[in-house]
Design a protein around this ligand. Structure first.
Ligand code: SAM
Length: 276
């Protein structure tokens, strides 16, 4: 784990405004949707250790440190430290570090954690291959440890309004063109058992109407960044992808978010327990 952020082809942005606006607003959305930080079926034990992979701004861990017992150890890992708050602002039981969760974890982390939490990994995987991250999680967990995963299903969306529906079709095409695949998200409950996790809970209930606007706003902001990422990542290839038409359509949608238009992803939650 080094102190320097790595170069990578992450499709979302990591600038300050991106962190604050998107990740922290998404945290509010998840908190209001779930009503919990740690799933109520996970027993709270003395000195338990929790890891969060792809922690971003660390907002889930910071919130966890306020609502869970202070003797818990909370460790956040990310491919990049660009969005971490400065170290002197971390809660006492939180530490953040750089780690690629698609590779084997270092030996000192193996079998260390009671819980591993992942949230909003949808844009982190190339292709549909969840095996590397699920094996990484398995290795970090103690026997009987829990995996708690919350994510966005961008394939089965909840979209209404003519312009929004038209834009959703444009987005489906550009995801396809750029090789971004999100089908694995809805399939997570079927995939965990292949890595010897028992599924304790899984759900895909769409947002209640009081959260629809918050989801539309955060989702459209994420798409601004995804489009920029697609253009950036394809710029030096044989087939650069131009996103101007999509951006124009998107800015029209952003100006009219109070028209009753809905542009929501479907929240997917999964709780699994590591079997021997
Ligand atoms: C959409 S953000 C979600 C952040 C946080 N989980 C949340 O819900 O607020 C995804 C994060 O995963 C990180 N990430 C992407 N690929 C990763 C990898 N291979 N290993 C660890 N983190 C990764 C990104 O840097 C980014 O911070």
């Amino acid at each position: 784990m080094g102190p320097v952020a790595q170069e990578d082809r992450y499709v979302l942005g990591r600038g300050v405004s991106d962190s604050i606006r998107r990740l922290d607003a998404q945290h509010l959305l998840w908190r209001m949707y779930l009503g919990h930080i740690l799933h109520p079926r996970i027993p709270i034990t003395e000195g338990m250790k929790i890891a969060e992979l792809g922690t971003g701004t660390g907002v889930w861990l910071f919130d966890a440190s306020r609502v869970l017992p202070s003797n818990m150890e909370l460790h956040g890992y990310d491919l990049s430290n660009n969005q971490f708050p400065p170290k002197h602002l971390w809660p006492e039981n939180v530490t953040l570090g750089i780690l690629d969760s698609l590779t084997d974890p270092p030996s000192h982390l193996i079998g260390q954690y009671d819980v591993v939490h992942l949230r909003m990994w949808a844009s982190n995987l190339k292709g549909n291959d969840t095996a590397p991250v699920l094996e990484h999680v398995r290795k970090l967990l103690k026997p009987g440890g829990y995996i708690q995963w919350e994510d966005a299903d961008l394939v089965n969306q909840s979209v209404s309004g003519d312009k929004a529906e038209h834009f959703a079709l444009m987005m489906r095409d550009i995801f396809k063109q750029s090789g971004l695949q999100y089908d694995w998200v809805a399939d997570l409950p079927n995939r965990l058992p292949h890595h010897r996790f028992e599924i304790l809970q899984a759900s895909n209930k769409k947002f209640h109407h009081d959260l629809v606007q918050l989801c539309t706003n955060t989702y459209l902001m994420a798409i601004v960044e995804i489009l920029q990422g697609i253009e950036r990542n394809s710029a030096n290839t044989n087939s650069p992808i131009l996103v101007r038409e999509h951006e124009e359509m998107l800015f029209k949608l952003l100006q009219n978010t109070r028209d009753g238009m809905v542009y929501n992803w479907i929240p997917i939650t999964v709780l699994g327990q590591k079997k021997e």
